[in-house]
Write a protein that binds this ligand. Sequence first.
Ligand SMILES: NC(=O)c1ccc[n+]([C@@H]2O[C@H](COP(=O)([O-])OP(=O)(O)OC[C@H]3O[C@@H](n4cnc5c(N)ncnc54)[C@H](OP(=O)(O)O)[C@@H]3O)[C@@H](O)[C@H]2O)c1
Length: 307
Amino acid sequence: MGKAWGYRAFGGADVQEFFERPDPVPGPAEVLIRVAAAGVNPLDHKLRSGHAAALNGHLPFPQVLGMEAAGTVLAVGDDVTGLAVGDRVTGFALTGAGTYAETTLLLGESTARIPDALPETWAATIPVAGTTAVDVLDQLDLPAGATLLVNGIGGGVGIAVAQLARDRGLVVTGTAGPAKRDLVTATGATFVDYTGADVVDRLRALAPDGFAAVADTVGGDSLRAVAALAAPGTIVSVGDPSVTDLGGEVVRRRLDRANLAAVADLMATGRLDPHVTRTYPLADADEALALVEAGHTAGKVVLDLSR
Ligand SMILES: NC(=O)c1ccc[n+]([C@@H]2O[C@H](COP(=O)([O-])OP(=O)(O)OC[C@H]3O[C@@H](n4cnc5c(N)ncnc54)[C@H](OP(=O)(O)O)[C@@H]3O)[C@@H](O)[C@H]2O)c1
């Protein structure tokens, strides 16, 4: 048996609760892990609220929150290759077992071993924010020296895009709230406060000919405003499918083991810091998700089950 934090119906934070569940039994394609750390993501509250029911509307209640975790393998499904009991891993819980829990199931092909030196609190951020940042940059495929605007640079995806873009030789500018100035400038990016007036005019003053591309993590009106700063075919959004109305593209995701392992290597070699700015014990999962749901987190929020 293990403790899990989830919800018995779709709704607001008031539908969340702890419950005990038997350790899930891995199917042929899955691994059972003891969770050491779980990433907290905007998708978690979108799933709880029912706003992403295409993804979880078919699953029985109670549903456990969380899509990504790092931990230690306890059991391996018959069809899973390359992973063994005792391995330290990170991966996606793509079959609905959730990750805000003491034990859970990860999909074997979307799970990778992690280097010994990599803390699980960092590794837990690889599946969602880490690989999304790689996918955005792979999709844009910009040459070294090109200019990139990251709209929403201070959150989990944005701060990873900033560092990996710099690593690829791009010249990065990013929008964020005023509290994130130091976080953003530490990545080498030019910081632009989106809360003041005329943010588009201030961006255009920095790049009179526009940017080579825009990587958007915010969506909505903010995306529509900055879209004028790059050619339509050079805009990729991670969260807003209406980007296609602007001639841009939604990020195409790669959830495979090789992508996870590549990001783990970027972290272990010091090229990517996920900026885990807050950790919470599982007992305070409600506070962790409320912080992310408020929409202004810096870097990543992670549940640390060793706390
Ligand atoms: N397609 C995928 O596979 C995928 C993967 C990961 C994430 N996503 C989606 O991508 C979005 C971002 O994810 P995330 O994990 O990076 O979220 P996050 O960690 O919560 O960060 C969001 C950031 O946006 C900033 N922000 C809010 N309004 C802004 C504005 N108008 N201009 C600039 N910055 C603004 C927030 O802080 P401040 O306002 O204080 O600056 C915050 O730092 C979410 O919608 C998520 O669901 C999709």
